[in-house]
Ligand binder design. Structure first.
Ligand code: 5RP
Length: 235
């Protein structure tokens, strides 16, 4: 735990991530089912929620990854599953890019599939991000696409025909990155994505793509760290 706090507190924009995560955790009310996002910004929201639980807040969390589930248990947040609680009151999650319509690119941490399922089951999705994530248009960050291993090469070809360069995600040690769902990720450089909703439909229609990291119309509020404060973006 101490080691994990060290890791997250040393990254670039760490102060902004913490400010955003902590501000979002204040939006959670007693009795709520809470979707718990993944990544170094969502991390701070989970830590802050853990502190509130220790102080008496009654919530139940649904984690978007094995990693976040482990963290939530460590800080004392009781957990449930979507089977038991298919309606989530509020989800707090990070993003790799946030555009002016609050469309997002997500999946830098590889948890996009569960993150999108949880976001889509939530009455409210709150994005937490540092100021570097806010962009005029999506696409500089390579779009993560989760694929079943059986179809990977075929899907790579289809993504090339859409004008992107897909790259199979590897771990820093050189081994293949495998998601919590046993799939692989193609990080696809499209350059500027002029029409994110249209691209989202094209990708969703390719058999073997389990999910892609375009989150269209899911977030209504983004809390963005700016210096040591936060800015709220609404749609
Ligand atoms: C994980 C995600 C993360 O929310 C996204 O990558 C942002 O991460 P961070 O807050 O560490 O910058 O989508 O799949």
């Amino acid at each position: 735990m101490a080691e994990q706090i060290m890791t997250h507190s040393q990254g670039a924009h760490s102060q902004e991530k913490e400010a955003a995560g902590r501000a979002a955790a204040k939006l959670v009310s007693d009795g709520e089912i809470v979707g718990l996002g993944t990544g170094s910004t969502a991390y701070f929201a989970v830590i802050a929620l853990g502190e509130r639980v220790q102080a008496g807040l009654k919530i139940i969390g649904i984690p978007t990854s094995v990693q976040t589930g482990d963290l939530a248990r460590t800080v004392g947040i009781p957990l449930t599953t979507l089977d038991e609680n298919p309606e989530i009151d509020i989800t707090i999650d990070g993003a790799d890019e946030v555009d002016p319509n609050l469309n997002l690119i997500k999946g830098g941490g590889g948890a996009l599939l569960r993150e999108k399922v949880v976001a889509s089951a939530s009455k409210k999705m709150v994005v937490v991000a540092d100021s570097g994530k806010v962009v005029p248009g999506l696409g500089k960050f390579p779009l993560p696409v989760e694929v079943i291993p059986f179809a990977r090469t075929l899907i790579e070809k289809k993504i090339v025909s859409l004008g992107a360069s897909p790259r199979l995600r590897m771990r820093p040690d050189g081994s293949l990155f495998i998601t919590d769902n046993g799939n692989q990720i193609l990080d696809c450089s499209f350059g500027r994505i002029d029409n994110p909703p249209a691209l989202a439909v094209l990708l969703s229609n390719i058999p073997g793509i389990v999910e892609h990291g375009l989150f269209i119309g899911l977030a209504k509020l983004a809390i963005v760290g700016r210096g040591d404060g936060v800015e709220e973006l609404r749609r």
